[in-house]
Design a protein around this ligand. Sequence first.
Ligand SMILES: *Cc1c(COP(=O)(O)O)cnc(C)c1O
Length: 401
Amino acid sequence: MKRTTGTDRTVTRNWRSATRAVRGGTWRSELGETSEALFLTSGYSYEDAETPAARFAGEEQGMTYSRLQNPTVAMLEERIALLDGAGACRAQASGMAAMTAALLCQLSAGDHVVAARAAFGSCRWLVDNLLPRFGITGTTIDSADNDAWERAIRPETKVFFFETPANPTLDVVDLEYVCGLARAHGITAVVDNAFATPALQRPLEFGADVVAYSATKLMDGQGRVLAGAVCGSEEFINDVLLPFQRNTGPNIAPFNAWVVLKGLETLSLRAHRQSENSLAIGQFLEGRVPRILHPGLASHPRHALAMRQMEACGPIFAFDMGSREQAFALLNALELIDISNNIGDARSLMCHPASTTHAAMSEEARAEMSVTEGLLRINVGLEDAQDLMEDLDRALGRLNM
Ligand SMILES: *Cc1c(COP(=O)(O)O)cnc(C)c1O
């Protein structure tokens, strides 16, 4: 295996983003395949007994076991690290495996976490239910209130954890302020960047320490596999994340890594086109539905900030139909857009968060996050925006809206 990117990482670091997305991290076997090889192997064999001894002792580079290294997975990790501008990255089996690893690898009993209250249901579950079982307390706050972050800090605060934009209410966090505050207090800022991906937003450039992904979403981009990733400094990945990951095993399967690796080649194209479509659909719906939460529209309370932090608005937004009855009626009237709780897909998908992605949390927690009974979340895909608007127009017409 030869790294076509060269062993000198300063060369690849100078590549611009589009080049990194297509070529970053590529290794080639002696066969010279152009498309990255898929190594479906759990183990590796050695020429002699000294080789594994040297590898396990850390004296020699090389593969030993796929919970520790796999060439296809390594290509994905190098490519994501390059796109994010991170020192290193480790891929995980899913977005939730990534979030769990990013938190548990660095937290201990007695530590405290400050988290945004608007979050993906399972991310809130980690903070509200899992961490407390291990003696790690959490405070959830309105992430759009900069002062609330500072007020929540305690001497034992170790981590800030948030999404921006957040799932499903599209709350936007001031990355520069919040990550700067974390740094000033010796707190690690962990950003879930699933909605934007490095194609639209690179939190490390704003001072974040750790960036975690559900690569299931826009990175795969075609709704095929579950995948996740954690990026950070080489020191964080090697000294903090790896001991946890290697011994607990939330690893991604090589096949899934390969699918996402191929997805990254078109990530930027898809993210930008889907953002354009999302903006067009948002403009079409604004005024026609009672309330819309869209970072690309001037009506979003943090529109200007979102557009400073992000290259484009992203494919996902939410809007309120006023009641569960009206929301369900709209979903049931759709003909082109699918009813589905996935996001990041090339297909347009719509879901009712209160009864799906956020159904497991308490009514109070949903109310606090503004996940109302009428809220719908849409992922705008790569279809022709005109066809999507006609589908919505027809569906809203049936509701006399
Ligand atoms: C989907 C999602 C996750 C979880 O990712 P999985 O790949 O489904 O495990 C975490 N955070 C956010 C913001 C998400 O949208």
